[in-house]
Design a protein around this ligand. Structure first.
Ligand SMILES: *Cc1c(COP(=O)(O)O)cnc(C)c1O
Length: 438
């Protein structure tokens, strides 16, 4: 087990600048990164941590790559989506692992997420999907400085970037996003003419200009049983591609597929796919589908994150005794109650109070009482031999003397009334990530 962040300073660099520097000054002093940083493994005394299995991450990349490119021709490329700190797994370590495994590109939502990856030494192309670069041109300047690929949405952005390309005498690749039915971000089909005109005008001459490298859209219902919405979105996307080629533009990369579409819609893969959750070993499924058995390559995915802690206190309660804030649980029998130092501030939702389970000695122990900010209580009466120091698994698998079991992100999501994406990204900065290379 290695700790990826050991070498980095853990304390946020706040003391150095009591007055926040202006944006311009900050850009000179230090790269634009998200702060504050997460708890570092080296500073962790509490036994609560997230273990990130990098071998599983590589395995999932191989599964996805085999699905979209079975012959290994490289015709359909996999660009991993590492937004939100790689879905809570720690973007720099995840990116480094995927880059070494040969991934051809990465996607993030925010400019600062992309800058963080460049600062970590990541060299592959990075697509910045969010599309906000500030009101002026500062964000676009930073895109060029860090060799990032922006997603653009309107003709104004194309023109601003075109001026930057002229000034810097650079060819700047861009991807353009169209809204084909998500109704969130992206150019409308009716704006395609103006946008493609602007892109044609911005092409510039040899050595400088804006080059349309990619056309993209995002699917709203690729994990739904009914393929109707996705079919319609793909029809509209076909129209966009026809309009581009009618305008004399030949983007090398068309892409639409998130994880769900990668597995469910072969005709959504085009030149490249953008899986996020599948790389982290969680099947992309709409709420409520979690109980269904997985089939085919989806069943081969291996969860990358395990969240575990340890039993730090044990007590015996008598019938009628109550537990925790609000006394929401009262025991019916003589009970052994174990305390585990993880709470809702770590991402273990309070919705799991009196509902979820933790694994101890390979067996499920029900969460009893309200989950507090830092602590959770579980009933280990039916876990013979449970004692202080036993591992308590919140998310992931455990092999123990009493058996082996797994708590999946889907299971937690069902209890929390949400989706597995939120379960992963909810694991908070207080939980240090430990990177495993088994
Ligand atoms: C988050 C995101 C993805 C990846 O989605 P998953 O469901 O996690 O695979 C792909 N494309 C865009 C535009 C996204 O925002």
């Amino acid at each position: 087990m290695g700790s990826d962040r050991k070498s980095k300073p853990m304390t946020p660099n706040l003391a150095a600048s009591p007055v926040p520097p202006s944006r311009e000054q900050a850009a000179v002093d230090e790269p634009r990164v998200l702060r504050p940083r997460r708890a570092a493994p080296a500073d962790a005394v509490r036994p609560t941590r997230a273990e990130i299995n990098l071998a599983s991450l590589r395995h999932n990349l191989r599964v996805v790559t085999r699905v979209v490119d079975p012959a290994g021709t490289g015709q359909v490329k996999v660009w991993g989506v590492l937004k939100a700190d790689a879905y809570g797994h720690g973007a720099p370590a995840v990116a480094r692992t995927l880059e070494r495994a040969g991934i051809p590109g990465l996607c993030v939502a925010l400019l600062e997420e992309a800058v963080e990856l460049r600062a970590a030494g990541i060299r592959v192309p990075i697509l910045v999907m969010g599309g906000y670069y500030g009101r002026d041109r500062q964000g676009l300047d930073e895109i060029v400085e860090h060799d990032l690929t922006p997603v653009l949405y309107d003709a104004g952005q194309v023109e601003r970037l075109s001026r930057i390309a002229q000034e810097r005498q650079r060819v700047i690749p861009v991807h353009v996003k169209f809204d084909t039915g998500m109704a969130r971000l992206g150019a409308a089909l009716t704006d395609a003419g103006a946008l493609f005109d602007a892109l044609s005008a911005a092409r510039g001459s040899k050595g400088q200009g804006v080059r349309l490298e990619g056309l993209m859209t995002h699917l709203a219902c690729a994990d739904a049983d009914d393929p109707g919405v996705t079919r319609e979105q793909l029809r509209r996307f076909a129209k966009v591609r026809a309009l581009a080629s009618g305008a004399g533009l030949t983007p090398a990369m068309c892409h639409a597929a998130n994880s769900a579409a990668v597995f469910a819609f072969a005709d959504s893969r085009f030149d490249m796919v953008r899986p996020g959750i599948a790389l982290f070993g969680v099947a992309p499924r709409e709420p409520g589908a979690a109980s269904r058995t997985l089939e085919g390559p989806l069943a081969e995915l291996r969860p990358v994150m395990k969240v575990r802690s340890e039993v730090v206190a044990l007590r015996e309660l008598q019938p009628g005794d109550a537990i925790g804030y609000g006394h929401t649980h009262r025991v019916q029998r003589v009970s052994r109650i174990a305390t585990v130092p993880i709470g809702y501030a770590d991402g273990l939702s309070r919705q799991l109070s009196n509902r979820g389970h933790l694994l101890v000695r390979g067996r499920r122990a029900p969460i009893v009482g309200a989950i507090s900010m830092d602590l959770t209580t579980i009933d280990v009466t039916d876990v013979p031999g449970a004692r202080i120091g036993d591992e308590a698994v919140v998310l992931g698998s455990q092999d123990g003397p009493l058996g082996s079991d797994t708590i999946t992100a889907d299971e937690l999501a069902a209890h929390m009334g949400t989706i597995s994406w939120e379960v992963l990204t909810a694991v908070s900065r207080r939980v240090p990530r430990f990177y495993r290379e088994p």
